[in-house]
Design a protein around this ligand. Structure first.
Ligand SMILES: *[C@@H]1O[C@H](CO)[C@@H](O)[C@H](O)[C@H]1NC(C)=O
Ligand SMILES: *[C@@H]1O[C@H](CO)[C@@H](O)[C@H](O)[C@H]1NC(C)=O
Ligand SMILES: *[C@@H]1O[C@H](CO)[C@@H](O)[C@H](O)[C@H]1NC(C)=O
Ligand SMILES: *[C@@H]1O[C@H](CO)[C@@H](O)[C@H](O)[C@H]1NC(C)=O
Ligand SMILES: *[C@@H]1O[C@H](CO)[C@@H](O)[C@H](O)[C@H]1NC(C)=O
Ligand SMILES: *[C@@H]1O[C@H](CO)[C@@H](O)[C@H](O)[C@H]1NC(C)=O
Ligand SMILES: *[C@@H]1O[C@H](CO)[C@@H](O)[C@H](O)[C@H]1NC(C)=O
Ligand SMILES: *[C@@H]1O[C@H](CO)[C@@H](O)[C@H](O)[C@H]1NC(C)=O
Ligand SMILES: *[C@@H]1O[C@H](CO)[C@@H](O)[C@H](O)[C@H]1NC(C)=O
Ligand SMILES: *[C@@H]1O[C@H](CO)[C@@H](O)[C@H](O)[C@H]1NC(C)=O
Length: 732
């Protein structure tokens, strides 16, 4: 298989670094040289006599050499779109790729897993208005590691029977009982059930749609009420990640089922770590077929930041979510023997009872087999040497065992802004603070110190885009701005699986029902919950109208270049669900617009026909990607031209007040872009009336390759503000 290193602990950036090294498993390869591929065939033909499975078998029969169908065919997709997963040799794969009706054939890749003050922070609190009747008819589909069904967050107390539109099933396995909250469960992992043995899925599902649960904390830290965005909504759980991997074939199977089961919103906090074209990415494919049925898919941006162009969630028909901080910051202080106190970023639930312990430097505590650089990073520790001492480590928290030591003070090089749960008493310090500890250590004969249990402080700089959150530009289609929006994803307290330790280290014996986790994985269900909340006021709105309402009402964020915090970090801004229920105007796009978009980026007529499943074909002149009716405006300018003029075409629909007049305002972030909007006034006489306008962006200088210049336009009628960012990317 393509993914021997596949493991489940990827929700922390740090884990991606370490555990993938230490816990890599080599799964056995099939006994012949067949690999698993996905054969994607687009929409299901409308012909009532067409049998997808029979067709898949007959396709396979045409190419298989020396293997039988039963051994080859892994899975058929036949409920929401057409295709199958099969084990094929290289030759068989080539042959299938050339067959009529096949859009793409791609390897079964392994995806990676990329809470509750946060809802209050974004304005959804106990007194927010809600329509509970409609909210309880909304079904949130979560594609993840399953859930822990007994968690109080998933209790069905007070819930009525499932909504009538529900067509799904409870097939979570023998140890998984559904209820009136979790109305559906499916498992795609061999020899497992939909029960969450990782923690990630319970966390995301409860963040999106968990019940109110009072008095929750992490060992007394961050105490409060745990709740999801839509506590009255229903959950449908699709376990696509097994204990070892999250294969494309399972992700596609879950989309195939979820759409046909009748979910309203899909939340998927997973991603692949390299760039995939839209027709090879199961999340983009699944989301496209969801869109055709009115289902909006929300996907995490990924944890590849702050590197630019690290974002891999790119399809314009889904919503991509970055992660940012909330005003609740968790710190873990260090008190040195000389009385100096330093503030670290770690979730430390342990108390040393106010006792100070001797400090020992990594090099002095290394075992005899340790290379020098590994020793200072504490990678190989001598248990005898650290006994009764606090260890100083020059790198990440990275020890795979810690037997007799008291605790660890480490230099936090990666993600210094994000406190993670460590398995032992610890404090992760920024470089400059760690140096203070080191010089104290150097300057005294018996250095000693104390690590305090974590406390919560108010962070008035929030929201800030987390350093780990993947950044644009969009390497596939630079004219579509990604991410779309940012939401809380740092230190989110939510439901967990009591089968695993909250730090994901196997030697950590703690077990919890609620844990603190960070990642764009945690931001994604915040937007899914917010989209469901908006839908509960507008059940008939299209996926693009829901997405537009969340984007155009998002709160502005500061541009801070030193943090890589600009539109490539936060998209349209910080989510504001209460504003989003009344956006005034929406930018809508439908299947035909996305088809034209695919035409514009070079998809052939044949592929387009299969994808859309209708007689649709490309227009004579395909629109440019920048002219997709998107709620943000973006274009790549080739640098060799000293000056530039770009036209954007947009269409808005009035969903605010019937008789209303909107005037445009341009908010400039610099003096590079000269933005003109024609017309400057849009007058509406009725609801659902549509108006078009053009935006011309001019500049007489270009900036360095890879840099951007931005502005915003805001349509306002005195009540509503409809804001869209404009981002111009300069490239060679
Ligand atoms: C909820 O929505 C339904 C259907 O639109 C409406 O009949 C009902 O009055 C609403 N309830 C509240 C509390 O707004
Ligand atoms: C599933 O369990 C069966 C029976 O215990 C075993 O033979 C098989 O190898 C397992 N499959 C996987 C993929 O672990
Ligand atoms: C702190 O005190 C508690 C309660 O007396 C005890 O269980 C724990 O082991 C102590 N911790 C340390 C590091 O001494
Ligand atoms: C650990 O340290 C002790 C004493 O300092 C030493 O005797 C022993 O050999 C060391 N063990 C290893 C594995 O390095
Ligand atoms: C501490 O001392 C070591 C060796 O004497 C030296 O390499 C290091 O730079 C010193 N560190 C600080 C922060 O003073
Ligand atoms: C987790 O929940 C279970 C069942 O509700 C309860 O028995 C257990 O004590 C809880 N564990 C913790 C650590 O709170
Ligand atoms: C596609 O075109 C054919 C021939 O023009 C027509 O018979 C068929 O009904 C069309 N199908 C759809 C779904 O529009
Ligand atoms: C660059 O200039 C050429 C020639 O004037 C023009 O055709 C092209 O569209 C310009 N490209 C961009 C990206 O502005
Ligand atoms: C719409 O607005 C115009 C101008 O503000 C006003 O003259 C007209 O009476 C309004 N029509 C309705 C139906 O409210
Ligand atoms: C916008 O531009 C298009 C094409 O350049 C033009 O046909 C249209 O009339 C313009 N719309 C407005 C409102 O100016």
């Amino acid at each position: 298989m393509a993914n021997p290193g596949a493991i489940m602990f990827f929700h922390l950036l740090i884990s991606i670094f370490m555990l993938s090294l230490s816990l890599s498993k080599c799964t056995a390869i099939e006994n012949d040289d067949r690999k698993e591929y996905i054969v994607y065939m687009g929409s299901l033909p409308e012909d009532g006599l067409y049998s997808p499975t029979a067709n898949h078998i007959s396709l396979l029969q045409g190419v298989l050499q020396g293997s039988n169908i039963e051994k080859s065919l892994v899975r058929s997709y036949k409920r929401s779109f057409n295709g199958f997963a099969a084990k094929l040799t290289d030759t068989e794969k080539q042959k299938i790729a050339e067959m009529k009706g096949v859009i793409s054939v791609f390897p079964n890749r392994n995806y990676q897993l990329h809470t509750t003050r946060s809802w209050d922070f974004i304005g959804l609190n106990e007194i927010t208005k809600r329509n509970l009747t409609i909210e309880s008819d909304i079904i949130m589909g979560v594609l993840d590691t399953g859930v822990w069904p007994e968690s109080h967050s998933f209790s069905d107390e007070g819930f009525g029977p499932p909504p009538k539109k529900w067509k799904g099933a409870c097939k979570g396995g023998s140890d998984f009982k559904c209820n009136k909250k979790i109305i559906g469960a499916r498992n795609y992992a061999v020899n497992e059930t939909a029960r969450d043995i990782d923690g990630h899925g319970s966390h995301t599902a409860s963040t999106a749609a968990g019940n109110h649960v009072n008095g929750i904390s992490f060992f007394g830290i961050a105490e409060g009420t745990a709740k999801g965005g839509v506590p009255s909504a229903r959950l449908a759980v699709y376990k696509v990640c097994s204990a070892v991997d999250c294969p494309s074939s399972s992700i596609l199977a879950a989309f195939d089922d979820a759409i046909a089961d009748g979910v309203d919103i899909i939340s998927i906090s997973l991603g692949f770590n390299s760039l995939l074209h839209y027709d090879e990415d199961p999340i983009a494919i699944g989301a496209f077929h969801g869109l055709k049925k009115g289902v909006l898919t929300i996907n995490s941006a990924g944890n590849g930041g702050p590197t630019v162009a690290s974002i891999k969630s790119l399809a314009p028909w889904m919503m991509t979510v970055a992660a940012s901080s909330t005003d609740r910051q968790i710190i873990s202080k260090v008190v040195l023997g000389n009385g100096k106190t330093l503030v670290g970023n770690t979730v430390n639930s342990f108390t040393l009872n106010g006792t100070s312990f001797p400090l020992i430097y990594g090099k002095a505590a290394a075992n005899n087999f340790c290379a020098a650089e590994d020793a200072s990073a504490c990678i190989c520790i001598n248990d005898t040497a650290v006994k009764g001492k606090i260890l100083l480590c020059d790198f990440l928290f990275e020890t795979d065992s810690f037997n007799h030591g008291v605790g660890i003070i480490n230099k936090k090089v990666v993600s210094p802004d994000t406190p993670f749960v460590d398995p032992v008493p610890s404090s992760g310090l920024r470089v400059e603070d760690y140096d203070v500890v080191k010089s104290y250590f150097n300057s005294t004969e018996n250095p000693h110190g104390l690590i305090l249990k974590s406390e919560v402080i108010k962070d008035s700089t929030a929201p800030r885009v987390a350093s780990f959150s993947s950044r644009g530009s969009n390497l596939l289609t630079p004219d579509i701005l990604k991410p779309d929006i940012t939401a809380p994803g740092v230190d989110i307290l939510a439901a967990y699986s009591p089968l695993v330790s909250p730090s994901s280290y196997s030697y950590d014996a703690r077990r919890v029902n609620y844990s603190i986790v960070s990642g764009t994985s945690m931001a994604c269900p915040h937007v899914a919950g917010a989209a469901a909340y908006v839908k509960s006021f507008h059940p008939d709105w299209s996926p693009s109208a829901l997405k537009s309402s969340l984007m155009t009402t998002a709160s502005a964020m500061d541009i801070i270049e030193s943090l890589n915090q600009n539109e490539y970090g936060f998209g349209a801004g910080h989510i504001n669900p209460v504003e989003a229920i009344d956006p005034g105007l929406v930018y809508e796009s439908f299947e035909e617009d996305y088809i034209n978009f695919l035409c514009g980026i070079g998809y052939t007529k044949e592929k387009i026909k299969l994808v859309s499943g209708e007689n649709s074909t490309c227009p004579k002149v395909s629109p440019q990607p920048k002219d997709l009716n998107y709620p943000s405006l973006s274009h790549q300018v080739i640098q060799s031209n000293g000056s530039f003029t770009i036209d954007f075409h947009r269409r808005v629909k009035n969903v605010g007040i019937a008789n209303s007049t909107y005037r445009v305002k341009v908010i400039s972030n610099n003096n590079i872009l000269d933005v003109k909007v024609v017309p400057e006034v849009l007058s509406f006489k009725s609801l659902n009336e549509e108006k078009t306008f053009n935006v011309t962006v001019k500049g007489d200088q270009v900036l360095g390759a890879g840099t951007t210049a931005s502005s915003s336009i805001v349509w306002s009628d005195g009540t509503h503000s409809v804001k869209s960012p404009i981002v111009i990317l300069f490239s060679i």
